[in-house]
Design a protein around this ligand. Structure first.
Ligand SMILES: [Zn+2]
Length: 311
């Protein structure tokens, strides 16, 4: 018997979902349903300063509005909210500490960003001098007022991901990824640790998400395997770009679901997204469920998709 596929939606409630999020969500849902699998909804609300429950509720409602459903998750089950899962992250942290993989870091650069998924151009800090601190220098830091963040050492190992859409992706974890923050100095758990622990414990074995997270896949696979789990399969979806080539984002105020729901019916929006993703010949109204049977990653472009002419 083949294994049951378990996919996921994992939005972060820092703003309203935009067109790019909807394209990735549609592809994640189609991929899972086409494989006869189930899908969960996990709320990635690690950072209390960037998480808004009004957005979280709207995200769930926007996905349902489009015609995407899920089999388990938030909001019905609060156990799928990262803000409620600190004990699991703490247990994984302890295990990494026992293996000697954790060190304290007093650098402040970009630490604030560690609780959210990396955006291009704001990569999280890699290795730093704190890893080698000893003796007097270490004692000096320990006496300082600033509490440390905690970093995990990336091993000098080259990992190969076979992405179901993009094919082979190789990365040397130490040289290309670098050490990464697992807990911020204010105690907030970091994205890389939480996502890995959750995918492992929630039985997620198929991760479909936007291509800007491809470079995180080797490190997450490694973390999961180091913690005793089995790494999921990945399929990274193309980014949607504005006519000027810029990636769409929540922060740039790009077309979000508040406007999209005023402009289109769910079937019209699905049709336009499916057309951009190569799944149908013309941007005509369609239900997500009608696309399940013919779904094939081979039809989906590998590179970024320019939305002009369609939106
Ligand atoms: Zn440091």
């Amino acid at each position: 018997m083949s294994k049951l596929i378990r996919g996921r939606f994992a939005p972060s409630p820092s703003g309203r979902l935009h067109l790019g999020n909807m394209a990735s969500s549609l592809l994640a849902w189609l991929d899972t349903r086409h494989l006869g699998g189930e899908i969960i909804f996990r709320l990635e609300d690690l950072d209390p300063e960037r998480s808004y429950m009004d957005y979280a509720r709207l995200m769930a409602e926007d996905l349902r509005w489009l015609g995407l459903d899920w089999d388990a998750g938030w909001p019905e089950d609060a156990g799928y909210s990262q803000g409620e899962r600190g004990e699991y992250y703490a247990a994984a942290f302890d295990e990494l500490s026992r293996r000697g993989l954790i060190y304290r870091c007093w650098c402040s650069r970009a630490e604030r960003l560690a609780a959210s998924a990396p955006h291009p151009g704001e990569e999280h800090p890699g290795s730093c001098a704190c890893r080698g601190l000893a003796g007097k220098a270490l004692a000096e830091r320990e006496r300082g007022a600033r509490p440390p963040a905690y970093k995990c050492m990336a091993p000098d190992e080259t990992l190969t991901i076979i992405d179901a859409h993009l094919g082979e992706f190789k990365q040397n974890l130490a040289r290309e990824g670098g050490d990464f923050i697992v807990r911020r100095s204010d105690g907030v758990w970091a994205y890389q640790l939480a996502v890995s622990v959750d995918d492992m414990l929630m039985g997620v074995n198929r991760v479909v998400r936007a291509a800007d997270l491809l470079s995180s896949a080797p490190r997450q696979s490694w973390l999961i395997e180091t913690l005793g789990g089995t790494a999921p399969e990945y399929a990274h979806a193309p980014l949607l770009t504005a006519p000027d080539g810029r990636k769409l984002s929540k922060r740039d105020g790009d077309l979000n679901m508040a406007e999209l729901r005023r402009l289109y019916t769910p079937q019209e929006l699905t049709g336009r997204l499916a057309f951009l993703c190569g799944l149908i010949e013309r941007p005509e109204p369609v239900e997500p469920a009608e696309l399940v049977g013919g779904f094939d990653w081979a039809k989906v472009p590998a590179g970024p998709i320019d939305i002009s002419g369609v939106f």
